[in-house]
Design a protein around this ligand. Structure first.
Ligand SMILES: C[S@@+](CC[C@H](N)C(=O)[O-])C[C@H]1O[C@@H](n2cnc3c(N)ncnc32)[C@H](O)[C@@H]1O
Length: 249
């Protein structure tokens, strides 16, 4: 089952049945860029692309990325609270964030009632050059459960823990569908915590990378996106992936 919803995720949330989701895997706007509140006010093309026409600067900018830290915390708390209502007891939240807003995100998820369980590291393998300084070449996934997450040690015999660090290269800007696209390979690996055939929700799906990963791994998908252009791109990407999956079946 694939359900793609166009609009503001907070408005669209009413379309989703409470307790029906196994995994929320979301990549919201980071409201990042620069170290000062003023730097966050620039648009996403200025903040996240290299202005090279053939690179990600050719893709549409997106909104929702200009919040200061207080507003970001309040917004994420609100969204994560709605997302928790849609998730079954024992379901999982995985939410992307960068280093600047990592403390705000871990506050927001806990305020929304999730049990914060850890921070997964995505090593992108590259970042902007900062001579004489440490690179910021990782992004993070805050992961949580909706209530208890007991381990049944008997049933878990032979099952390995999943890695906490993923070394997956960024998508080449020239091949991207979205300015801040996440690699499908990374998303597929993050989906491993969702039961086979389970339901995945992405409230900020952008170009639909999580949906592509869900289709490839045989899960149901609910995706939401505000931008007209990115909603179109996500719809056609996911539709094509689904047609390929049906042909292979
Ligand atoms: C970081 S991008 C997601 C990129 C995606 N992971 C991909 O690989 O293409 C965040 C997306 O959230 C969308 N967005 C911003 N505010 C939103 C809202 N209130 N409801 C739904 N989508 C929103 C933006 O338009 C943007 O495309």
């Amino acid at each position: 089952m694939i359900q793609l919803l166009h609009g503001d995720c907070l408005t669209l949330m009413k379309e989703v049945e409470p307790g029906s989701v196994d995994l929320v895997l979301c990549d919201p706007p980071y409201s990042s860029g620069g170290t000062h509140a003023g730097d966050r006010k620039a648009n996403t093309t200025a903040k996240y692309t290299d202005r090279d026409f053939d690179g990600a600067a050719r893709l549409p900018a997106f909104s929702g990325d200009n919040m200061d830290q207080r507003s970001f915390t309040a917004f994420m708390r609100w969204v994560c609270s709605e997302l928790r209502q849609k998730t079954r007891e024992g379901g999982i939240l995985e939410i992307f964030v960068d280093w600047r807003n990592l403390p705000a995100m871990t506050d927001a998820v806990q305020m929304a009632g999730w049990v914060w369980r850890g921070v997964i590291v995505w090593d992108k393998g590259t970042s902007r050059n900062q001579p004489g300084r440490f690179r910021n070449d990782c992004e993070y996934v805050v992961w949580c459960s909706n209530g208890d997450l007991p381990i049944d040690w008997k049933a878990a015999k032979g099952i390995k823990a999943m890695p906490g660090v993923y070394h997956v290269p960024m998508v080449n800007p020239k091949q991207r569908f979205h300015q801040t696209e996440k690699p499908v390979e990374l998303l597929e690996r993050l989906l491993a915590i969702c039961p086979p055939g389970g339901t995945v929700l992405d409230a900020f799906m952008g170009s639909g990378s999580t949906g592509v990963a869900a289709v490839r791994t045989g899960r149901s998908f609910i995706g939401m996106e505000l931008s007209d252009q990115y909603f179109e791109i996500a719809s056609s990407r996911i539709r094509e992936e689904n047609e390929r999956a049906l042909e292979d079946f």
